[in-house]
Design a protein around this ligand. Structure first.
Ligand code: TAP
Length: 508
């Protein structure tokens, strides 16, 4: 492999952009409130940077408290009056399907915008941002007509002369604050939007400051399909200002947050004070365990992509690899080879295998974990070095011999950094896997059902994978335990979490 080092080879080539993506990037980006576009009241804006070259590619509005007030007021009004609460479930379903069709018609420009904004590979933004958003909307559209309660014969033993029947109803929780991170920007926004529309709630969405562009584009598409004004509002800006104002706003009924554990904790405190509903999809430190009987032809690339997929910026990345001592050398040699051969480059170039981190600031944080691990006695089996130039590139990195209590083993790094360890028996692998405050995902690679069963029962994780890692599906609820969060997204549980169960008693 010839490593690319020149600034131009590592930078996105904008001549490859479609006309739609280019004109969107050049156009003005405003807040979307009550079906209308407007600048932040104070007029301030923030830069949007391409992480392959550090260049400003757009500016977004920097919302403050008064903008958040206006957005929440619009969402509250749309929830309580106007056409939205009167719409029948199948009408909401039709709107969602139309929105899915509009996104499907814009897969390429959306994937390109996301690629330039986030540094991710174009194949990745096409599949996991644009196309998965279409699938999410179509899946959730089906739920709009399938939300129902139950009926029951009531006993009421203290009134023996009277008969009662009862039933439950599922009603929308109300105004939802959706706050999303930068690693899968469009898809995370749609994971908030789709259950909101299916259940009849309204939304104020606050995307991550670094990657707000596709959420703005999404708002444009919502207005084109005829979703009533105020149902979807998009506020861009800083988490410390707009995010705080939104989460603490008394007009918000539920906060649906995806992001880091630290911010999640603040949000949980805010929600607790106001007794708001909250769901928290937070960070992870997911273990990958390779048993001695695993099929190494799938386990070796599986372990490599568990950590290096999405540039390592993945909440359920397999960042701790535990390999049985009898196969340790072979597995590690294979994973190191994959890391060494990975071609770094800009996302718009289809030959790139890994792009830059989302920003130089984030890369500095990741590099700090690596140098601290090396100071604590770890050896670098691969990577550890950054590429020269203004891009936020870091070579895929593998550490061995890091003490188990070191920050790089215990904290979420959110970058392409893998710690590897050997184990002697299942009890030791299970103990090491569960030695974490997180509990998002865990995988076991084995050809024995008994081994798989033992681990799936023992892992403390919201999702367990057997002979695979990082696989999510719309029908499967996704969420974490402990520091990885509260509640689930997707599946039946995900959509029901946007509803309020109410009871009715009827005297016969
Ligand atoms: P955070 O720094 O936590 O930011 C997430 C969102 O919260 C951003 O929109 C951010 O705005 C906003 N925010 C920041 N401080 C806030 C506050 N005090 N009050 C309200 N909102 C605030 O996370 P990130 O760095 O963007 O994303 C990476 C994290 O997301 C990782 O921990 C990753 O594991 C997690 N993640 C989890 C999942 C699931 S499903 N479990 C999926 C993807 C990512 P600004 O961008 O403007 O700061």
């Amino acid at each position: 492999m010839t490593e690319r080092t020149s600034e131009s080879a590592l930078s996105n080539d904008y001549s490859k952009l479609s006309e739609q993506a280019r004109s969107f990037l050049q156009g003005e980006k405003q807040l979307f409130i009550n079906g209308r576009w407007r600048s932040a009241r104070r007029g301030s804006t923030l830069p949007v940077v391409d992480p392959t070259n550090g260049r400003e590619v757009a500016r977004i509005a920097d919302a403050a408290e008064e903008d958040v007030d206006a957005a929440v007021e619009a969402a509250r009004h749309a929830f309580e009056s106007g056409p939205w609460p009167k719409m029948r479930p199948h009408e909401r379903e039709q709107l969602m399907l139309r929105l899915a069709d509009l996104i499907a018609a814009e897969i390429q420009p959306l994937a390109e915008i996301e690629c330039v904004n986030s540094g991710k590979l174009i194949g990745n933004t096409r599949l996991f941002d644009a196309e998965l958003s279409v699938h999410t909307l179509r899946y959730m559209a089906g739920w709009a007509t399938k939300l129902h309660g139950q009926t029951m014969d009531l006993s009421v033993p203290y009134l023996p002369d009277q008969r009662f029947s009862g039933f439950t109803r599922r009603t929308p929780v109300g105004v939802v604050a959706g706050i999303t991170p930068w690693n899968v920007p469009l898809c995370q926004a749609v994971w908030k939007l789709a259950p909101v529309l299916a259940t009849g709630c309204t939304l104020v969405l606050k995307p991550a400051e670094q990657t707000s562009l596709t959420a703005i584009r999404l708002a444009k598409l919502c207005s084109r399909v005829g979703i009533p004004e105020g149902v979807v509002n998009v506020i861009t800006g800083r988490g410390s200002v707009a995010g705080v104002a939104l989460a603490s706003h008394p007009g918000v009924d539920k906060i649906s947050f995806t992001g880091s554990t630290n911010v999640g904790r603040h949000i949980a405190e805010t929600a607790a004070k106001q007794l708001k509903r909250v769901s928290l999809e937070l960070g992870g430190k997911s273990p990958v365990v390779i048993a001695p009987d695993a099929d190494l032809d799938i386990a070796i690339p599986g372990a490599a992509w568990a950590i290096f997929g999405n540039n390592g910026q993945n909440c359920c990345a397999g960042s701790r690899l535990y390999v049985h001592t009898s196969i340790f050398d072979r597995v590690i040699e294979g994973v190191v080879k994959i890391a060494d051969e990975m071609q770094l480059g800009p996302g718009l170039d289809p030959t790139s295998m890994m792009g830059p981190m989302v920003s130089v600031a984030h890369r500095s944080r990741v590099v700090q974990f690596v140098s601290s691990a090396v100071s604590a006695g770890a050896s670098l089996l691969a990577g550890g070095d950054i590429l020269p130039g203004p891009g936020a590139y870091l070579r895929p990195t593998i550490l061995m011999g890091t003490p188990s209590d070191h920050d790089s083993v215990q904290q979420e790094i959110f970058g392409p950094v893998l710690n590897v360890f050997r184990f002697n028996d299942d009890a030791e692998a299970i103990r090491l896997s569960n030695d974490t405050r997180f509990g998002l995902g865990a995988s076991i690679w084995t050809s024995r059902i008994a081994t798989a069963t033992r681990y799936l029962e023992a892992f403390r994780a919201g999702t367990v994978w057997i002979n695979t890692h990082n696989i999510l599906d719309l029908s499967l609820p996704f969420g974490g335990l402990r520091d990885s969060g509260i509640g689930q997204e997707l599946g039946q549980e995900g959509v029901l979490s946007y509803t309020q169960l109410r009871a009715v008693v009827m005297r016969q």
